[in-house]
Design a protein around this ligand. Structure first.
Ligand code: GAP
Length: 518
């Protein structure tokens, strides 16, 4: 755990030092759970968005995109259920005055039981070596069996309390498990109460409830209320999808873990409209498709897993998370939800407008069902950074071991694709030539010209921001128009003609590579 904490601290420090992420309004000591993306952060984030958009919209004839407004008619949130049911259970510790999400306190307790089980399994694996039968061990070892049963019972009680909005039941659970405040160790808790997560603001000069507006807590509703507009104008037939990338806002009770849980964040959502009855088929289809998308950028299978929801949101009849192994453990990265006809039917009812689809094959009208895929852009950023950021020992210029920090992000996602470096800064013939090379290729992809510091330090700086290629212009370049191209991952340096630079880099960083790797 200490190792993981350490890794996470290094990641946060790296994000700041190299201009990926800054705390919002830092000069005023920051605003809790709100972050700004710096020069390299915005490039990586835009590339992640572009990868999502291309694979969802451009690669599917039957998915189209929109960009809906953040403000929506307040009735939207009544119909969607967010006014009444978008709550988290909140509890305060009377001694430390710290505020917590009651369900998270219980989940953390469950994580500790899981860690005990995993420790027991790892110990036995070490003892028995190749002959170890993990499934059998989990079924028969008395300590593991007892902990598994305990885990299951608590998880079920938590899910039931959440489903039934049973706040006294939640408090009883916390008391029975003797959960203490992580800050103070005190078990002196207030009652658990529901807290609505939507931010509100006021429209123009209309006072009171009449003018109350919400900042959208999910982008999906902008898609639902536009269903007919989009279906008619894009002439799509079911099944078809509408995709959107945009900001969402949630007044999270506890916002920790850097950009994992923020109050202002970005979502990439797609609603897939289908015939009623087809939902489980499409639910399975999108589960598989989305996992493939994650694997294609090099996130290994063991860092990703499906986790079925124990506690379904008010709109869903089936839901699964794709969890990623973040530095603080497996946590939700993306959700895939079968939302039935809940949203379209609710909007139809509250607006009084018919929101239906005429199915020519069945010769009838109906309210379509929906399977949604919803991923947080910032969580995807954190997953990508945490997997890609590595420290490794490599030989330095004199052949001695040295440690380098390298961001081994997929070249198609890298903030800078190619750095052009004159060997020496004070030789005008080198800098002039290097500028020429830079000016020739900067139209094709994001390049950087850098002449400051010794060449070795410049290489390390590019490694730290994930640049796949460095091009060095030296005295031979002036003679024969060749340059050295250095590969970030293999550290191999090759001599190539200047004329080949653009093609080599383009081929490696083209997003097409991500789709060819299917
Ligand atoms: N439309 C469905 C929906 O919003 P969700 O599971 O509440 O479902 C979807 O959110 C995704 O949005 C999550 O999987 C997560 O990646 C991201 N997300 C949710 N809350 C977030 C927060 N406070 N900060 C950062 N990302 C968040």
């Amino acid at each position: 755990m200490a190792g993981q904490d350490d890794k996470f601290k290094k990641l946060v420090a790296h994000c700041k030092e190299y201009g990926f992420i800054f705390q919002s309004s830092e000069v005023y000591d920051g605003l809790s759970a709100v972050y700004d993306y710096g020069p390299y952060g915005v490039e990586l984030k835009n590339n992640l968005k572009s990868y999502w958009w291309k694979s969802m919209v451009q690669m599917h004839e039957n998915i189209v995109g929109i960009d809906a407004a953040i403000f929506m008619h307040p009735k939207t949130w009544k119909a969607s259920g967010h006014v009444d049911a978008f709550n988290d259970p909140l509890v305060d510790n009377k001694d430390s005055k710290k505020r917590y999400r009651a369900d998270v306190l219980v989940e953390n307790y469950l994580d500790k039981i899981e860690a005990k089980i995993n420790k027991e399994v790892a110990k036995a694996k070490k003892r028995f070596g190749d002959s170890f039968d993990e499934a059998m061990f989990r079924k028969t070892n008395p300590r593991v069996v007892a902990n598994l049963e305990k885990h299951e019972t608590i998880a079920k009680r938590l899910a039931n309390a959440m489903r039934d909005s049973d706040m006294p039941g939640m408090k009883t659970l916390i008391e029975e498990l003797e959960i203490a405040c992580p800050e103070s160790g005190s078990k002196n808790w207030t009652d658990v109460r529901q807290f609505n997560l939507m931010f509100s603001t006021q429209l123009g000069n209309i006072a009171g409830e009449e003018g109350k507006l919400y900042l959208r807590p999910e982008t999906a509703q902008g898609i639902f209320v536009n269903f007919l507009n989009v279906q008619k104008t894009s002439r799509q037939k079911l099944p078809f999808g509408i995709a959107q990338i945009g900001k969402a806002f949630r007044n999270e009770i506890v916002a920790r873990q850097f950009i994992f849980r923020m109050r202002e964040f970005e979502q990439m959502e797609m609603q897939f409209f289908i015939r009623p009855g087809d939902e489980m088929k499409w639910y399975e289809y999108w589960k598989a498709a989305r996992m493939k998308w994650h694997n294609a950028i090099g996130h290994p299978a063991e860092k990703l897993r499906f986790h079925d929801h124990d506690n379904l949101a008010h709109y869903a009849n089936a839901a699964v998370d794709i969890q990623f192994d973040f530095p603080f453990g497996f946590k939700e990265l993306e959700g895939i939800h079968s939302r039935t006809d809940f949203d379209l039917s609710s909007h139809q009812e509250l607006s009084g407008r018919k929101i239906q689809y005429f199915d020519p094959e069945l010769d009838k009208n109906y309210v379509p069902y929906v399977v949604e895929t919803s991923i947080g852009c910032d969580r995807m950023f954190l997953a990508t950074m945490s997997h890609a950021l590595q420290e490794e020992t490599v030989p330095d210029a004199k052949g001695k071991d040295s440690v380098r920090t390298v961001l081994k992000v997929h070249p198609a996602l890298a903030p800078v694709k190619c750095a052009v470096l004159p060997l020496l800064r004070n030789k005008e013939e080198l800098t002039e030539k290097a500028r020429k090379v830079y000016n020739n290729i900067k139209h094709s992809f994001n390049c950087q010209y850098d002449e400051k510091d010794a060449i070795g330090r410049r290489y390390r700086r590019q490694d730290a921001i994930g640049t796949p290629y460095c091009i060095t212009i030296d005295f031979d370049t002036l003679e024969d128009d060749t340059v050295t191209i250095r590969d970030r991952d293999t550290l191999k340096q090759e001599r190539i003609p200047i004329g080949q630079v653009e093609d080599i880099v383009r081929n490696k960083v083209d997003m097409k590579q991500l789709f060819l790797e299917d």
